[in-house]
Design a protein around this ligand. Sequence first.
Ligand code: 4AD
Ligand code: MG
Length: 458
Amino acid sequence: MKHTDIKIITSDKENYLGRNVTVCGWIRTARDSKNMAFLEINDGTTLKHLQIVIDKGRFADPDPETMKLGASVRVCGKAVESRQGGVEIEAEEIHLLGKCPPDYPLQKKRHTLEFLRTMPHIRTRTNTFNAIFRVRSVMADAIHRYFQERGYVYVHTPLITGSDCEGAGEMFKVTTIGYNKKYNSAEEYYADDFFGKRAGLSVSGQLEGEVAAMAFSKIYTFGPSFRAEKSNTPRHVAEFWHVEPEVAFAELEDIIEIAEEMIKYIVSETIKKCPDEIAFFAQHFEKGLAEKLENLLTQDFAVLEYTKAIEILKSADKDFQYPVEWGCDLQTEHERYITEEVFNKPVFITNYPKDIKSFYMKQNPDGKTVAATDLLVPGVGEIIGCSEREADYDKLVDAMKQRNMNLDDYADYLDLRKYGSVPHSGFGLGFERILMYVTGIQNIRDVILYPRTVGSIR
Ligand code: 4AD
Ligand code: MG
């Protein structure tokens, strides 16, 4: 169906004035008066609607079905300057593509995000979701470009896996056998299952990413990860998109530099390519959003030792729900206090106690901490989990034994420490988390097309 995107006509107005064009879209507003009728249509290529002017003197009364909110139309007509200095179309032909009955849910101008969540297939037609998904697409492209321009190899790590990367017991099982009484033990059951052993959906591509980095030096993955987290929070989904670079010959301070540079790059690309969307979010969701993003580009992120963070939290004049002691995991309230109230900018917390972190992290000489860092940002909390990896075979085996892990499941991973082991580091960025930060949207369910959360799927 030959037609021109509304984005092209509205952003290159001079080129179109006086010309005949064909546009397509869905009706956003319709007004009818004695001599004239007006439609605003949107085709989703831009936040801007395009006004269609119908002169009833020249044109038979429009088909009432083309005046219904949500109906889809194809319009041919002349592009002319509107009274406000924009562009509008003087209709010559209007073809109805799809009717839309009055039970169409988007009759009102503004709905709450909660209400829109009940209809993921319809909410995409609102301005808010138009803006969110354009930013999502631009940011995904920026992530690929950041790594590609710097020579990283994009690898596709498996989604079905036999080894749990994070060891937090959050793996979804993959099985072809349903409920069955015939097995006497779990071993018997798994032996009979599709892979002949226990399998699950990957919580992270890191372990296989390390395999690739030990050959190509600089790699990244960008795909879905799955976590059966029972916690119902505004920051967790069971299926999220995960950006995971892995870099050989890199220590913790090197990977921190890369993480900061990458975040700044993708934010700056978004500011450049989505000015209308950022302005929209600033108006409706987070006052000062544009300034926040501009400031991010010019400031150095803070770097703070975990031990120092605990001191700050203990001396804070604040009643935390979860008490703070050296050795405790930081809760969202702690993370937000540090990044929002103490620094008011992104903060890398470094060198966490080894007992609260994963087996693969490099053990520091103090015997108590690991070379790991989380990047915390105001409004969201943790967006990146990062570490230098333990490259020493014996130390890695010790850490795994302390956690009662089955070494056989990690034989490939251990081999990497046997054959030409090198210092290497990587991180995982939660794509939806950075989207929340950049858009000011406060619930992760609103930055992904179909959120999967405990007790909810459609
Ligand atoms: O901190 P995490 O668990 O780190 C890892 O998985 C490492 N293997 C990454 C690596 O070093 N390659 O997860 C990384 C990030 C978190 O900081 C968070 O942004 C995001 O993934 N994330 C989630 N996002 C949405 N919903 C969830 N349930 C998430 N779990 C983690
Ligand atoms: Mg983490």
